[in-house]
Design a protein around this ligand. Structure first.
Ligand SMILES: *Cc1c(COP(=O)(O)O)cnc(C)c1O
Length: 371
């Protein structure tokens, strides 16, 4: 049986070190905003080559607070349009709409499923003030082209890097070409905590300061509240666990790349379209290995019968969600995004998957025939 993702096996590798870190926090008697969070922020900022890292409670909060901080700076205003990929996890869109920005969904590139620069240009109106790009499935979006578009149209550029810890563009870490980049440490991500967590990285001192304040009730000094803040702090415990896991991130990502290559060479079923291997290997950290198939339901059932777990990322695009039924989003027709929602299927991929397990998935995929 090959589960879609074996989180237990991933964390078992470091059971002793994780236990020791947890024990250290228990013994310290300090559980919120202490040395572990500060140390993790410094270590993750160093890993990313970023000036600042601010730990928060989730990836969604990292996205939301980086937008709120920019609004507080006066560089964005509620009512401004923000270009968002139509084909993304709902969190990207929730962050925009919950801060009063108006998400303008844009169809993806048909090959990578990432934000398409051409379609981005076409979506810009006189009210557009920003773009938020998602490095979907772990593949770095075309930041050079998007940076140029943002500069030419006077737009801010933000990154949702929740699926792309460790991805590099021409050797450079994510985050360097935007106002801020948001990460999630949800357990299943490439760098996952043992609970919820998130962070943003930025070169902007003021954004880092503002998010520091916002995440802690808008308070700079105990019982003095400067902003209408929130409680969104990365736990000491999660920070301590993340510090244990961060040193494995690069080798874990390398293992994911090796599995993706093995899939790409081995899968040869004409009914199953596999993702392109990027020319720049390091630009992809393979959070997900997403194939396309017109008979997606049949393929998933066939794989389930062969003992292979799969998931769909994502079955309903944000603009078709009930949550947005009464918003302008609902009026958009996004045929490629809607088609992808019906055809995509994520195969198992993780740092603890063996070559033999990968080959078993390949054999099962290649044996698929539509009825
Ligand atoms: C996981 C994810 C998020 C949200 O992260 P949480 O920590 O679950 O809030 C945001 N955007 C994308 C693209 C994600 O995959």
């Amino acid at each position: 049986m090959q589960p879609f993702l074996d989180l237990k096996a991933i964390n078992e590798r470091q059971h002793k070190e994780l236990s020791a870190a947890a024990s250290r926090v228990i013994t310290s008697g300090w559980y919120v905003l202490g040395e572990e969070v500060t140390a993790f922020e410094r270590e993750f900022a160093n890993y990313c080559g970023a000036r600042h890292c601010v730990g928060v409670a989730s990836g969604l909060d990292a996205l939301t607070l980086m937008l709120r901080a920019t609004i507080l700076q006066g560089r964005l205003q509620p009512g401004d349009e923000i270009v968002v990929p139509a084909n993304t996890y709902i969190a990207t869109i929730l962050a925009a709409s919950s801060t009063g920005l108006v998400p303008r969904p844009v169809e993806p590139d048909a090959n990578t499923h990432n934000l398409c620069p051409q379609n981005t240009i076409a979506a810009i109106t006189s009210r557009t003030r920003a773009i938020i790009v998602v490095h979907l499935y772990g593949l770095a979006a075309p930041m050079g082209a998007l940076r140029t578009i943002a500069d030419e149209h006077g737009l801010l550029l933000f990154e949702d890097a929740a699926q792309a810890h460790g991805a590099k563009i021409s050797g450079q870490s994510l985050g360097g070409q935007s106002t801020a980049a948001a990460f999630s440490f949800y357990p299943g991500k490439n760098l996952g905590a043992l609970g919820d967590g998130g962070a943003l990285i930025t070169e902007d001192d003021e954004i880092a300061d503002t998010v520091h304040t916002l995440r802690n009730y808008g308070s700079t000094q105990k019982y003095k509240n400067y902003y209408i803040g929130v409680n969104s702090r990365l736990d000491e415990l999660q920070a301590a666990l993340l510090r244990v896991k961060l040193p494995l991130l690069d080798s874990d990502n390398a293992r994911r790349r090796a599995i993706a290559r093995r899939y790409a060479i081995g899968i040869n079923n004409p009914l199953v379209q596999i993702p392109e291997m990027p020319a720049d290997e390091l630009s992809h950290v393979w959070h997900l290995f997403v194939v396309r198939c017109r008979w997606r339901g049949e393929l998933a059932a066939h794989l389930r019968n062969a003992g292979v777990g799969t998931l769909v990322h994502y079955p309903i695009p944000p603009h078709q969600q009930r949550a947005y039924a009464d918003s302008p989003l609902a009026a958009f027709q996004l045929p490629l995004t809607e088609q992808l929602a019906n055809e995509v299927l994520s195969l198992p991929i993780s740092p603890v998957m063996s070559d033999a397990a990968t080959d078993a998935v390949i054999t099962a995929v290649n044996a698929f025939r539509s009825k």
